[in-house]
Design a protein around this ligand. Structure first.
Ligand SMILES: [Fe+2]
Length: 277
């Protein structure tokens, strides 16, 4: 038995299509989604259409990520998101999704347990089973801490956009990386598989080539570089290099501002990082 794992798609439909092809090629019988389906790249509605199709054609289990939580919170409580600022990316995503999409997100759990006959039980989450924004990275101690806390033998999580797996006391943590916006130096989509040996699960981390420039073209076509101040330009730079330019820009803007950055700090940071001219 083989399980396919997808996380952090971030509206990158060309990357998701390539990963779905890989899962089909490898004949994965169960497809797990760890959240952050949308935002950052263009046309979130195309991503959701692909996800809904996958649910019709395959045995799928899905949970929500922090980006879906942001959208649901905006819907419920409103926000100060606006075009021409970095929050324009989330506003664009929200405006291109429907009430049905929001209801779909609302119904997704933040964690779930997957049981396959006779096999080690699997818990899935976005950051951690307790907090969607928990950053679990290789050797930062978090994977071990979470594995000790849960009853299940296998924990799958995303959010950090860093692909890795670690074992502790016979328990396994796997982060499949990010389908849409990987930040560990690759320009290919990241996903993972779990393969059974009849009792235990063995992880396999995979890189899937896709047309990065098609995703860039979509972002430009949707006018996101203009509508999101510098955010979409940071995302484009990240897609082309595999380096976390959105966070680099955010950190530098905070440093320049000495606190909460304003638009001019983001622009200066993006210029200093060579993201915009
Ligand atoms: Fe994410």
């Amino acid at each position: 038995m083989r399980i396919a794992i997808f996380s952090d798609i971030h509206s990158n439909t060309p990357a998701l299509k390539a990963c779905f092809r890989e899962a089909e090629r490898q004949k994965a019988e169960l497809w797990l989604f760890l959240g952050d389906y949308v935002s950052d790249c263009a046309y979130p509605e195309r991503t959701m259409e692909l996800v809904y199709n996958a649910m019709r054609e395959h045995d799928c289990r899905l949970i929500k990520g922090n980006r879906e939580e942001y959208l649901l919170n905006h819907r419920k409580n409103g926000s100060d998101w606006q075009y021409g600022s970095t929050t324009g990316s989330l506003l664009y995503t929200y405006e291109n999704l429907t009430d049905e999409d929001m209801l779909f997100f609302e119904k997704l759990p933040i964690t779930d347990v997957v049981e396959v006959d006779g096999m080690d039980t699997i818990r899935i989450c976005h950051g951690s089973p307790y907090k969607s924004r928990e950053k679990v990275e290789a050797r930062n101690g978090m994977a071990e801490k979470l594995l000790r806390r849960i009853e299940e033998s296998v924990l799958l999580g995303g959010h950090s956009h860093k692909q890795f797996f670690e074992y502790f006391d016979g328990k396994l943590y796997v982060n499949p990386g990010s389908v849409g916006v990987p930040t560990s130096g690759t320009t290919q989509a990241e996903m993972a598989f779990l393969e059974s040996d009849g009792c235990h699960w063995k992880p396999k981390l995979v890189h899937v080539p896709y047309a990065v420039e098609e995703t860039v073209r979509e972002i430009e076509e949707a006018d996101l570089p203009k509508r999101t101040l510098v955010w979409a330009s940071c995302v484009i730079q990240c897609l082309r290099t595999g380096k976390n330019y959105p966070i680099k820009c955010l950190d530098l803007a905070e440093k320049l501002a000495g606190g909460v950055p304003q638009n001019e700090h983001y622009v200066q940071a993006a210029k200093e990082l060579g993201i915009i001219e």
